[in-house]
Design a protein around this ligand. Sequence first.
Ligand code: URA
Length: 234
Amino acid sequence: MRINKYISAAGLASRRKADELIINGNVKINGVTVTELGVDVEEDDVVEVNGRKIDKAERMVYIMLNKPVGYVTTSKDDKGRNIVTDLVTDVPERIFPVGRLDYNTSGLLLLTNDGELANKLTHPKSHIYKTYRATVQGIISNERLNKLRKGVDIGGFVTSPAKVKLIKQGERSAVVEISIYEGKNRQVRKMFAVVGNKVQSLERVAIGEVYLARLMAGHYRKLTPKEIDYLKNC
Ligand code: URA
């Protein structure tokens, strides 16, 4: 990340003011004064503004990624598979995924270094609905949709009431939107399996009122201040 962007993202100055600080020789990277606006800050660099270190812990970063199928949400993979954090290329902070998505699931994944928010969003007690769009095999009857709404036994665990909406019933498959606030392993896939419809593809489209919208697979963006505020207070 460019040094001027780094300083403004840390909340220390506007981008223009950050440029001035740099040009005026008030900024050091690893103890060396920099006056070039285009200098990049690497992950382990120590940045000082007017003699004060920018504490990385102060800089909270909130990213929304559209996770493609074929990526793991862990920080390492023994099988050498693709890792989601490799897709986020210009964030110097050490960010981690909030919760998990299966290797074969795509869609909205938040990444942050804000442990407190991450805990809140993944804790089932917070009751923050995560919405998935599932394409499932076969015909899905109203009876099955109602079973999903009420809760099903996915093997020693009965799921809490879910919000379920049939988006489209085709000849051989259906598209269903399902919102749940628990995060059991492969929960959505297991829920559909219990009612007799195998999931063909699964995409997370929202976390609470934060939506993936038109972000393309493999792309990412920063959350807006409004989205961050919403997630902290929901
Ligand atoms: N439920 C699943 O089955 N898989 C996911 O990745 C997320 C929720």
